[in-house]
Every structure is written in structure tokens, then in C-alpha cells.
Design a protein around this ligand. Sequence first.
Ligand code: URA
Length: 212
Amino acid sequence: MDKAEELKWLEEEMRADSNLPLSEANLVFGEGNPDTSVLFIGEAPGYHEDQQGRPFVGQAGKLLDKLIASVGWKREDVYITNIVKRRPPNNRDPFPEEIAAYAPYLKRQINIIDPKVIATLGRFSMNYFLPEAKISKDRGKAFILKDKIIFPLYHPAAALRSTSVSNELATDFAKIPIVVRDYKKITSSAKKEIGGQNPQKEEESEQTILLN
Ligand code: URA
């Protein structure tokens, strides 16, 4: 079975899972190239995403499309999803138990796609992987988690509300192709450092690499 088929099965399994919360909303599983090096993960679908069953298709999505184009890629080149896959009522923040309920499916989705870089959009997605991270301090930094690089970004919706956030998001976004290109260098230099100090900690450690 190829990755696209595996994802289709996973989507159908989610659709049939009556234990998942927010069941009155439509499932927005995610879309894109399953062979991508970069997986973008947002928070939860909004109104337009719920209506269309596709992630990031409203105003924030239009900005995301522009940012993807700004680094020379197309939306179809990458994969886009959310930590919570149904819209919370009135776009409220997702509850911790909703994030936890969707987490096993998100994990399997990530395992199938197996990207090098996970670019998180907003603090909920960032804190899913990096519970201690603070978005204003840690955005645009590469964190190594097992064999993946977690790269926190501001949420595009926040960039629509603030010019300074918008500029910072554009600056951080421009680094993504460099993080992908240097994936091996970044992850192997981190391993060396961690292994040198305390080899048994390698698996559980998370490490930050600052990019210029
Ligand atoms: N905001 C998100 O976090 N995800 C979407 O899919 C749309 C808006």
C-alpha cells in the first residue's frame, strides 16, 4: 500500500470512530503530497474549512498559500493538516481532551507521511510537540525531536492581525527550505552533541538549533 492509500484508510477509520469529540462538525483530515519533506500542522478547522472539508482554505489559508509560494513551492507540494480535525464551536480554542482524543490519529498520520520537518502553525500545534516552548521566543528555531525537526511558526491568522507578526512569520518561513536542505547536518550535529554528553538521553532529548 502506498502512503496515499494508507492515509485514505486512516481517514475512513477516523470518520467511523464515534468516540471522537466535535462529531457535529465535518472531518477535515488534511491534504497534500504524502511524500513531502515538510508537514504543516495548524490548530483546528474554522468555518470555511468545515464547509469545504479542507484545511486552511479561509483567509489564513490564503496567507499560507502566499507564504508557500514565497519560497518557490506550491500548496500541492507539501502536506497540510491540523492537530484537531473537526471545528470547535464558534472557533473556540480546542480543549486539552479534544487534542488528546485526536492525537493517536495525528501520530499515525505523521508516521505515514514521515516528513523531515514539521512546521507548526500557532501555539497549540507547537505545544503539542514542545510543551515548554513559547511562541514569541521559539518561533523560527529548529527543534530536534527524534528523527524530525519541529519548526514553530506564528499562526497565519495572527499575522493577519499584526504587521510585525506578519513580517516575523515571513522571515521565519523563508528559513524552511534551508532547514529542509540542511536536515542531515542539523540532526547529525545535534546527535553528536547529545551523544557526547549523555548517550542514553538521545532518544528522549529535544534540542534547539538556532538559525541565522
Ligand atoms: N486555522 C487552523 O488552525 N486550521 C485551519 O485549517 C484553518 C484555520
